[in-house]
Design a binder for this molecule. Structure first.
Ligand SMILES: Nc1ncnc2c1ncn2[C@@H]1O[C@H](COP(=O)(O)OP(=O)(O)O)[C@@H](O)[C@H]1O
Ligand SMILES: [Mg+2]
Length: 254
């Protein structure tokens, strides 16, 4: 197993609050790794630190054998890290395909000048991005709504648009923050098969999710956080019978 992401002794505080304390774990290439834990455990903070939205206080983050914790968010995107947000991150007043094509903009080689003058290279690039967007919209089962305004389509499809946009940026690692939140059982089943399909295409996945059935079904490995500390790590069947994990989840609503 090759590690694609190493979280090494990472800590983050917000004032007096320890959001993450000396956290270490590995994400292995081509696997689905899940991060679970009660609300406030530090899961979204972890994603914010990996994607570079906020800086770490101490420790190291290594992606593909390269230290990335000092890099800007867009530099990490270029290296192959994409994410979705716990609260929907789509742009209203844009069509579905426009939303998805935004994912690739970060890689666009031709700059603003060629956009203004609509150069041949720019047109070729735009055509390629559009084809890739259509390909993934189709693979995610939402090609039929590609020309609709994002606000006209169902919530489930908006969520899939956000995921599709992340994929179109060619990530090696995709971070999904509670992708099943707000979805019903049928929609969640369908999302599970889509996440498996994304993973099968060669994209490593790090997922935060409350839906335990989903986590147990799709994860190769699970990391359990509580109050910013790792309390368990292992295969789903190991986590299911871990006493510490059971005691945290007993009496909670999930
Ligand atoms: N930007 C921030 N400023 C201050 N406190 C924050 C910030 N982000 C998160 N927190 C706090 O850090 C803790 C962990 O939050 P979060 O990472 O969102 O948890 P989770 O995603 O596991 O529910 C919570 O107590 C939360 O209130
Ligand atoms: Mg969260």
């Amino acid at each position: 197993m090759t590690s694609i992401l190493t979280i090494n002794d990472v800590s983050k505080r917000f004032g007096g609050l320890k959001a993450l304390t000396n956290l270490s774990f590995e994400v292995y290439e081509n696997q689905v790794t899940a991060v679970i834990g009660p609300n406030g455990a530090g899961k979204t903070t972890l994603f914010n630190l990996i994607s570079g939205l906020i800086p770490i206080d101490s420790g190291k983050i290594i992606f593909n054998r390269r230290r990335i914790d000092h890099l800007k968010s867009y530099e990490r995107t270029k290296l192959g890290i994409a994410r979705t947000f716990q609260t929907l991150g789509v742009f209203s007043n844009m069509t579905v395909i426009e939303n998805v094509m935004l994912g690739e903009d970060i890689h666009a080689e031709t700059g603003i000048i060629s956009t203004i003058f609509n150069t041949k290279k720019h047109r070729k690039e735009e055509k390629y991005i559009r084809e890739k967007a259509v390909y993934w919209l189709n693979r995610m089962g939402i090609e039929d709504v590609k020309d609709k305004n994002i606000s006209e389509i169902a919530f489930e499809k908006q969520r899939l648009v956000e995921i599709t946009r992340a994929i179109v940026s060619n990530p090696k690692l995709l971070l999904l923050d509670e992708p099943a939140a707000g979805l019903n059982i049928t929609e969640t089943r369908s999302l599970i098969s889509k996440i498996k399909d994304i993973n099968d295409s060669g994209i490593t996945i790090l997922i935060v999710e409350h839906d335990m059935d989903m986590i147990m079904e799709i994860s190769d490995r699970i990391v359990v956080l509580n109050f910013g500390e790792k309390i368990a790590e292992g295969k789903p069947e190991e986590i299911q019978k871990n006493d510490k994990v059971i005691s945290i989840y007993l009496g909670t609503t999930y």
